[in-house]
Design a protein around this ligand. Structure first.
Ligand SMILES: Cc1cc2nc3c(=O)[nH]c(=O)nc-3n(C[C@H](O)[C@H](O)[C@H](O)COP(=O)(O)O)c2cc1C
Length: 324
């Protein structure tokens, strides 16, 4: 059965966003923001901070499992932390070989490791051996660092090391987030590997989802920015997977209601300026799908009190109701 995974996105897809998006529906799995592992085994508080769902059986309130992602270049410490995350109840461990951030890459982690398939092998195999067999271990990588010449070799190394699944963001580190995503490079990898290959990158609509699956040959897909910009995308994809012609796409009034729900959720942060930051960040991304979100963003961009932001949202809601 084809699966849809909600992408890990540091500073964007946190416990609140996972809660909201998995309640809307369409997702089989989430992956947490990465735990940056460098020299030591972290205390439980670090894992609980990035993946509070660990206290809820490793699932969102809607029941979708959240795998814990770890990132680092030192195989032994990665293995220790992975084993501890599993002990805390992580329903799966994902290893990040895709992060393009300069500071991360300078410190021997993320996409820089794609230059050495033997290092991917070492990290994945040590993590696999450290984690109980019943806990799946997967990896997420890009097509390469500077170029795509090692894409297949890296993928084969991950598989040989015992990972049960590999997600590939179809761009190199150098290509950053510049469109297009090179889905065509995934097909030969998918054809060589026995484990599932999950296609990722640049899926904003159901049409992109279908095109990506057709070009990559991958049944399984991961979506990140697309669902932040279009919160109904998971449900729309699910409907298309079931062959339904009914489109569950959200209109702007539903999005305004969702903004209110999200605001309620993020009060859990207990940090009004950060909450305001999250509201502005999301509103800006929504502008890609909903022109009214851009108007909203322009109206709130200087606010750092969520109550001021919500007063503007309320006015918009009242105007929309009056016009209906
Ligand atoms: C703000 C931001 C944060 C991200 N954080 C992570 C992360 O913590 N771990 C990871 O593996 N990928 C991370 N990514 C990459 C995404 O998971 C995904 O591979 C990428 O955005 C491409 O997919 P998309 O086009 O569907 O967004 C991040 C991307 C963005 C834009």
């Amino acid at each position: 059965m084809a699966t849809l995974t909600l992408a890990p996105m540091e500073g964007v897809v946190d416990v609140y966003m996972r809660d909201m998006l998995t309640r809307i529906g369409g997702f089989d799995l989430c992956v947490s923001e990465f735990v940056r592992v460098s020299q030591q085994r972290y205390p439980a508080s670090v894992f609980y901070h990035l993946c509070p769902e660990l206290k809820n059986g490793g699932r969102t309130p809607a029941g979708v499992p959240v795998h814990v992602q770890i990132m680092g270049g030192e195989a032994g410490v990665m293995a220790d932390n992975a084993a501890f995350a599993a002990e805390l109840g992580a329903p799966g461990i994902d290893i990040n070989f895709g992060c393009p951030a300069k500071t991360v890459n300078r410190h021997d982690a993320g996409a820089t490791l794609l230059q050495w398939p033997d290092r991917l092998y070492e990290i994945v195999s040590k993590v696999r051996r450290a984690v109980p067999e019943c806990v799946p271990v997967s990896a997420k990588m890009r097509l390469g660092f500077a170029d795509k010449s090692l894409a297949l070799e890296n993928a084969l190394a991950v598989e040989a090391a015992g990972a049960g699944k590999l997600t590939i963001h179809a761009r190199t580190k150098m290509e950053g987030y510049r469109p297009p995503a090179h889905w065509e490079y995934l097909r030969p990898i998918r054809e060589r590997l026995c484990i599932p290959v999950v296609a990722n990158g640049e899926i904003w609509t159901v049409a992109d989802y279908e095109k990506c699956r057709e070009i990559s040959g991958c049944d399984d897909v991961m979506v990140g920015r697309g669902v932040i910009a279009r919160p109904g995308l998971g449900g729309e994809i699910m409907a298309s997977r079931k062959g339904s012609i009914h489109s569950p796409a959200f209109g702007w009034p539903e999005i305004v209601t969702l903004i209110g729900e999200y605001r309620q959720l993020i009060t859990g942060m207990g940090n009004p300026p950060r909450e305001a930051g999250r509201l502005k960040q999301w509103t800006k991304l929504l502008g890609r799908t909903y022109p009214a979100a851009t108007d909203l963003f322009m109206a709130i961009r200087r606010f750092d009190d969520p109550r001021d932001i919500m007063a503007v949202v309320k006015k918009m809601e009242q105007r929309a109701m009056a016009a209906a």
